[in-house]
Design a protein around this ligand. Structure first.
Ligand SMILES: Nc1ncnc2c1ncn2[C@@H]1O[C@H](COP(=O)(O)OP(=O)(O)OP(=O)(O)O)[C@@H](O)[C@H]1O
Length: 809
């Protein structure tokens, strides 16, 4: 390592030590092992040709030796003392130290050599394996047996020295490419931004257009009228039977004839549409469909089927009992459509839930109670549901009826099957499978829109029970009771329709469960579609006319614009809060008002329904002309009240009774009609069931109107209603001028006025309602009855209508 030392081949220890004494060999050696270990080696080149001949001056010895020993210390190798080299006579211990140090230097050198070799080998292997930075030349030399790692490493390193330049060039290229890519990307982003802005503006415009479209669509519906009436005629059961349908016009007109009396004039009715016996379920539904879309837009709708027993109501609403997919009724098809619309409208998330109830014998029952009715379920099924005011209960009139979330038409089918299974049916002479209850399938639709507003609407699908003449249906016992309840509730429905048609301030919704349930819809909050069903057979002529008249009257009802039940989610939450606060307040007030021991009995009715009943006790039916608020002396001071009691007089009527001589004749006719009524009352209950299609039309006479107007001007005329009372409770002087009633009669027509010369002045067009308004003259001198005129047109069926409806009539 240090080159030739000028020592003999077998030097003595003394010779060896003296050769090391000036420190030059030691310093050079350690510098070979660790380059720079002794930064400055002192030597004299001129004299230093041979280690032993020309010794260095002492200070040089000392400095080299000291530097060497410091370097040995740093390398953590065994060391010795400088004095060990100075001694002339070396003892074995000091020589051993020097030798140990030299051997340690040797081993260190060898170890470093070995480590370097290994490192180079590993590097070379790695580079070779990865085939990177090894040019063909290197590979070739390797393959040709140049296995000296150092040489190879040096070659590699020298090769790599050229690489940074190449790398720098490629880096520059990459930088340029990157910049251009960045620019490209920025351009692309800018373009994308423009496109997104354009798309969002288009989406906004689209939503506006959809909104506008829905608005216009619903406006169109309003223009068509929020109550629409369709008539459907069932096919004849027997081809050879005589038919009452004479002509069906495509414009919705229908002409019927009485085959028993072909000489009689044909009757013409006008509806929005008439479906003949060949119309399919699909055709019928197609004209119903637009109503369903309105429900999805947030409007309430009500579709109900009306008609005599066996005329096809259940067929239209549910389909036949052994139905296939094509025969499905409106209920199924409507729900199917609701699902389809909800899947198309991606901007609104809809939730559809259904309830199904029936009104059976004036009790509301849940039809969707699951299969096996056991334990509590039986109790619940049997217990009747309470109808609540809709303002509380989140708009639910039957909060206790089970509510079912439906997500597919299959769910709907299952529920409908269950409902039909639970519904009351039985066989009558008129229909093998006759519904003995009104069924109501209510679909609640809740839509959450992307603009954070929500719609809540409901669709009532009502299959009414059929009106029936118990003599024809041959029902007795329970069946008779069912029929009576059905007839009564239909009569109440008729009253409501009449009151609505006449725009009466009081609509008698509370007279039956059916009308209570339909109150929200009929009260102008919904779009209504009525299907009037007709059996075409000749022996149903009476019922057909009655149904058609009812339907025609319904079509004259002017409902206000249906409300759009849409609100922002905030408004919804606030409403809920208000409901909660109202309930809390009601409880607090009830607690304050009620002594603690009575609290239990008077638990406040949170929905307010009871309070309403108490505040507004059901008013007597209009047959007995009611006005409990009217002053006893028979005068009505409020002109509005007078207007209310006295319906407008038609021009036709005016023309009819211009002749004063007719008045007396009319009075006689009226007396005859009332006597007829009395005799019919005495025949008892059965009669009431047999007079469904009877009618009385008592028409106003224009000349009487003229005379009344005249008297009104003079301020002496007042209007008073008839009222009804039990025999024995009325003042005989009040009714002395009326025809005497037979003993045992349940109902007593009684005029409240003290003036005996009451004149009837009211036209009644309702088949099941009669309003008799008495025009009373209160002149103290009395009145000549002949001055009053009334016109009664009485048909053979007329009298029954007079009493059709409630028992109180
Ligand atoms: N348009 C029609 N096409 C074919 N069959 C019909 C049609 N309408 C009714 N029917 C059939 O007439 C019969 C009586 O119909 P449905 O039971 O629907 O009458 P309904 O008015 O509901 O009677 P109810 O009031 O007694 O329940 C059923 O067998 C029914 O399938």
């Amino acid at each position: 390592m240090a080159g030739p030392l000028g020592l003999p081949p077998q030097p003595s220890e003394q010779e060896f030590v003296s050769c090391l004494r000036n420190g030059l060999i030691l310093c050079n050696t350690i510098n070979k092992i660790q380059p720079g270990a002794v930064p400055k080696v002192v030597y004299n080149p001129s004299i230093c040709t041979s280690w032993d001949i020309q010794p260095l001056p002492a200070y040089q010895h000392f400095e080299n030796l000291r530097n060497f020993l410091v370097a040995v210390e740093e390398l953590k190798l065994p060391s010795f003392e400088a004095s060990d080299l100075e001694r002339d006579t070396l003892d074995s211990g000091s020589v051993a130290k020097i030798v140990d140090c030299i051997l340690a230097l040797k081993s260190n050198h060898e170890w470093r050599q070995y480590a370097m070799d290994s490192l180079v080998r590993v590097l070379a292997d790695h580079m070779f394996n990865s085939k990177e930075n090894i040019d063909q030349y290197l590979l070739k030399s390797w393959n040709q047996g140049e296995k000296d790692p150092i040489k190879l490493f040096i070659k590699i390193m020298s090769g790599s020295l050229q690489e940074p330049q190449e790398l720098r060039t490629s880096l520059l290229n990459i930088g340029v490419e990157f910049t251009s890519l960045q620019t490209q990307l920025e351009n692309d982003f800018a373009q994308l931004g423009t496109q997104i802005r354009g798309a969002s503006a288009a989406a906004h415009r689209y939503h506006q257009a959809v909104k506008e479209n829905r608005h216009l669509y619903n406006m169109l519906q309003e223009l068509r009228g929020n109550i629409r009436v369709f008539c459907r005629i069932r096919p004849m059961f027997h081809e050879e039977a005589k038919c009452t349908i004479d002509y069906i016009g495509s414009d919705g007109s229908l002409m019927v004839i009485d085959p028993a009396k072909p000489q009689n004039a044909r009757k013409i009715f006008q509806f929005n549409k008439v479906f003949g016996p060949t119309a399919t379920q699909d055709e019928v539904y197609r004209d119903t469909q637009d109503l369903i879309r309105s429900v999805m837009d947030g409007y309430n709708a009500c579709i109900f089927a009306y008609g005599q027993t066996g005329s096809g109501k259940t067929h239209t609403m549910c389909g036949p009992s052994n139905r296939s997919n094509e025969d499905m009724g409106i209920n199924y098809m409507a729900l199917n459509d609701l699902f389809q619309i909800s899947s198309i409208r991606e901007d609104v998330k809809y939730q559809i839930r259904v309830q199904m109830v029936e009104v059976y014998n004036e009790q509301v029952r849940d039809l969707l109670i699951l299969g096996s009715l056991t334990g509590l379920l039986i109790l619940k099924y049997k217990s009747t549901l309470e109808i609540r005011s809709c303002s509380s209960n989140g708009g639910l009139s039957l909060p206790d009826a089970s509510m079912h979330l439906v997500q597919s038409t299959a769910d709907v089918l299952d529920l409908m099957k269950l409902g039909e299974k639970n519904r009351a049916f039985s066989s009558t002479a008129m229909n093998e499978r006759s519904s003995r209850s009104h069924s109501m399938l209510t679909v609640h639709v809740h839509g959450d829109d992307i603009s954070d507003s929500a719609t809540r609407s409901c669709l009532h699908l009502v299959d009414l029970a059929g009106s029936e003449r118990v003599d024809k249906s041959e029902t007795t016992g329970d069946g008779l009771k069912e029929a009576q309840h059905v007839n009564k509730s239909l009569s109440c429905l008729g009253d409501v329709i009449t009151a609505l048609a006449q725009k009466n301030p009081h609509i008698p919704y509370r007279n039956s469960k059916l009308t209570q349930l339909l109150q929200n819809s009929l009260g102008g909050n919904a779009k209504i579609l009525m299907f009037a069903h007709v059996s075409p057979e000749a022996d149903s002529y009476g019922e057909t006319i009655s149904t058609l008249k009812f339907a025609q009257r319904a079509s004259t009802v002017e409902l206000g614009a249906a409300h759009l039940n849409k609100e922002s989610s905030e408004v919804g939450e606030l409403k809920e809060q208000i409901d909660g606060l109202k309930k809390a307040l009601a409880i607090k007030e009830a607690e304050k008002a009620t002594p603690p021991q009575k609290m239990k009995e008077n638990v406040p009715n949170l929905d307010g329904s009871k309070q309403i009943t108490e505040q507004n006790p059901p008013r007597p039916r209009r047959l007995s002309i009611e006005d409990p608020a009217a002053p006893k002396n028979g005068t009505v001071n409020n002109p509005d009240e007078r207007k209310m009691l006295k319906p407008p007089i038609s021009g036709l009527n005016r023309r009819l009774s211009s002749d004063g001589s007719m008045r007396e004749k009319k009075r006689q006719e009226f007396n005859a009609a009332v006597s007829h009524i009395h005799s019919k009352f005495s025949e008892g209950e059965t009669f009431k069931e047999n007079v469904l299609c009877d009618q009385v039309e008592i028409q106003d006479s224009a000349d009487e109107k003229a005379s009344l107007d005249d008297e009104n001007r003079r301020g002496i005329v007042a209007t008073e209603a008839f009222h009804q009372c039990s025999p024995g409770t009325c003042d005989p002087s009040c009714c002395s001028q009326l025809p005497k009633m037979e003993s045992g009669s349940q109902v007593h027509l009684h005029q409240k006025t003290s003036d005996p010369a009451a004149i009837l002045d009211e036209s009644v067009t309702a088949p099941d309602e009669i309003s008799l308004v008495a025009k009373t003259q209160t002149r103290s001198s009395g009145i000549n009855a002949s001055r009053r005129g009334y016109h009664i047109r009485k048909s053979p069926q007329s009298t029954g209508k007079f009493i059709h409806g409630s028992q109180r009539r």
